[in-house]
Write a protein that binds this ligand. Sequence first.
Ligand SMILES: [Zn+2]
Length: 371
Amino acid sequence: MKKPPFCPNSCCDNYHFPEGKWFVKSGTYQTKRLGQVQRYQCRDCGKRFSEEIFSLDYHTHKYVSYKTIFQHIITSSGIRDLSRILNVSCTTVTNRIARLARQAMAISSQLTQDIRITEDLVADGFESFVSSQYLPNNINILAGKDSQFWFLSDYSQLTRKGRMTPKQKEKNSEIKKIVNIGRITVYKSFSDIIRKALDLHDHSEWEATSLYTDEHKQYQAVINALSFREQASLKHICISSKLARTITNPIFSVNYLDRELRKDNSDHTRETVQFAKNVNNLMDRLAIYRLYHNFIKPYRINKKEYKDETHGSMAGISTQNIRKELRTLFTRRRFLGQNLMMDNSDRKLWCRCLFTPLSFYADLYPGYILS
Ligand SMILES: [Zn+2]
């Protein structure tokens, strides 16, 4: 690193607007992993820091290939698989995945902060579970109708429904007593999706944006609670779930994402033992997959005219900006305070605020991730 990009003290002016010669060199120190590391000091606030603070490997003792983790996480590998491949513990793998997820969230936020949508939107819930089939969840997804760009995902916890044996019913009612969650969480989660859709509409040049969903009652309830002006700018169109899941289906985008997630993300592959055990870790892996889907995966593989297009470029994001951000995906650490436009759903995940039912352990995180 030739020079530090900014002062890592989020209260200092040089955090957002470093200008001129704002730092001085302040000695070096030796580490086993990196050798000689340069130290600096901010001339304004006096904070001393090393170049290592800007590295994705900040606060680690062992080098692990982020590229290998990324390649496996998007192709349905489990944590134990990765632990064996990389010859490190499962905890180390999970730690590096969380770092990659924060990179993915920051890059998504950076690339979409000025987006001007020129298409309608589609939203739907993706059903999976954490820890036990008695703890199903609904991950609400907002996507572009034509570009299949994945704007946002938001987690909501459910309790088990449907046909059960008497023994299963008994266990389910016991779990419901401990895990006091109603279907209301879908309402809250979908409200965040609607906020994002309204925000995207406000940055478009359209008089009204259509939002396609299925006929879920909670979705309609959220729409009904909007103001008259909001309802006029977001035209809600319900599509029957019985309609064939083909490319002509108006909610094809989310159906397509649903299919890809079942195929590529081991947390959601049906009838296997590779299900998620922690909500934050599940959403971390989903954030990485979202980055891959939006900015790396080709838009279409069989059509020459879309050969170099990604879902992000189809949504109007510059290919040059995408490449620039991806170049430092595995190296330059992103900071929360430098991504103030990040969506609330991602911000909650960044700070590991999602609650895992029946978990007796708190989700601890290192303080430096909040800077
Ligand atoms: Zn400073």
